[in-house]
Design a protein around this ligand. Structure first.
Ligand code: ATP
Length: 367
């Protein structure tokens, strides 16, 4: 089921009602979520992720704009008539009911022509339990389950009616690091098996990048960029997106373009085509540095950490916007730890430049 958001806007009244101020939680969203895909809504706290999800679910009414599921305009439909499955961070299971009864619950409320017999309900409940691999836990109560198991029950409950759209709001936040990893793979598997269009909210870029077919990066209620995770990483539209994706994060420097040359401080780091003389931000991904005795960027070496597959070089540069410049290099490269400085050449595809004021990407060609 494809989901289309058309000029979708949600304003909340501000604290001081007399002033008639608003918080625009979702500002004119226009995008299409293709059928059968897993989409990650990604952004820092307060950027409007949950509000977007709640608008799609029908728990909130938009201030303006429309929402379509396929060709159906669902904007005015209540949540129960939209055919959605919802999973929250805190599981929201009924503590006094067994796992089986929790999963059966949405089916027991079906009325009229949708009403199912007891055996049909059980069949569906077990099918959902099998999908999330909790069949052996059906007679336990939520209090007798681990966090990861409880979240599986919540997912089974959301899937039991085979929703048209599955909505997950920070579903992994209450799990420890190892379980998060495992459960996110599970969500990906379940989504692939069921092919239900799934919208997944998270503030964790790694989580969104690892399982989404498409990510929507948001900031302060405004969509910043939409695309496949790798495309967005490789081609950030602005400094915010570049900074938000990637661990360690991108290194940002104060730079300048002068006469077709790109400078970081006094270091002339590259030739550049198609950019006028101006001050810029220069973003360099950690994997964009190559140790090179004759390289143009000279940093003061702070430390080298060997991490098995690769090496993390920590250094400083007076034009860096953060106290440490973090680069990741392969173990084939050597860095002389006795020296005070380290010189790098840069991989052009890993260097981005941004407008100093607007922070939008400037498309120049590094040569
Ligand atoms: P988080 O990751 O912290 O959950 P989020 O990206 O999901 O954040 P939202 O919960 O959608 O963000 O909130 C977006 C903005 O709307 C925030 O500025 C928030 O304070 C505001 N907001 C959300 N709900 C309300 C409300 N009921 N009344 C007023 N303002 C609200």
């Amino acid at each position: 089921m494809k989901v289309v958001l058309q000029n979708l806007t949600k304003k909340f009244p501000g604290r001081d009602r007399k002033k008639q101020e608003y918080v625009i939680a979702v500002n004119d969203f226009n995008f299409e979520i293709p059928d059968g895909k897993l989409i990650g809504l990604l952004g820092p706290s307060g950027c409007g992720k949950s509000t977007t999800l709640n608008l799609i679910s029908g728990l909130l009414k938009p201030t303006s704009g429309r929402i379509f599921f396929g060709e159906d305009d669902v904007t005015d439909l209540p949540p129960e008539n939209r055919g959605i499955g919802l999973v929250f961070q805190n599981y929201a299971l009924y503590p006094h009911l067994t796992v089986k009864k929790n999963i059966l619950f949405p089916l027991e409320n079906l009325k009229g022509k949708d009403k199912l017999s007891k055996s049909e309900m059980l069949e569906k409940a077990y099918a959902a339990a099998r999908l999330v691999q909790i069949e052996e836990l059906m007679d336990r109560k939520p209090g007798e389950l681990s966090g990861g198991q409880q979240q599986r029950v919540a997912i089974a409950r959301a899937l039991v009616k085979m929703p048209r759209v599955l909505l997950l709001d920070e579903p992994l936040s209450n799990l420890d690091a190892r379980l998060r990893l495992q459960t996110r793979e599970e969500i990906r598997r379940i989504q692939r098996e069921t092919k239900i269009t799934t919208i997944f909210v998270t503030h964790d870029q790694e989580e969104a990048m690892s399982i989404s077919d498409m990510i929507v990066v948001m900031k302060a209620g405004i969509v910043q960029q939409i695309g496949r995770p790798q495309e967005v990483y490789d081609n950030p539209a602005n400094l915010f997106v570049a900074r938000f994706l990637g661990t360690p994060p991108i290194n940002v420097f104060e730079g300048q373009v002068r006469n077709h040359k790109l400078y970081i401080g006094e270091d002339e780091v590259s030739g550049i085509r198609g950019v006028e003389n101006q001050k810029v931000w220069v973003g360099i991904r950690p994997e964009g540095f190559v140790p090179d005795e004759n390289g143009p960027l000279c940093c003061r070496l702070s430390g080298v950490e060997v991490m098995g597959r690769d090496i993390s070089v920590v250094s400083t540069h007076e034009s860096s916007c953060s106290p440490a410049v973090r680069s990741i290099i392969s173990t084939e490269n050597r860095v002389d730890t006795e020296k005070e400085t380290v010189r790098f050449s840069l991989k052009p595809g890993k260097v981005f430049i941004f407008h100093r004021e607007t922070e939008e990407r400037i498309m120049g060609e590094l040569i």
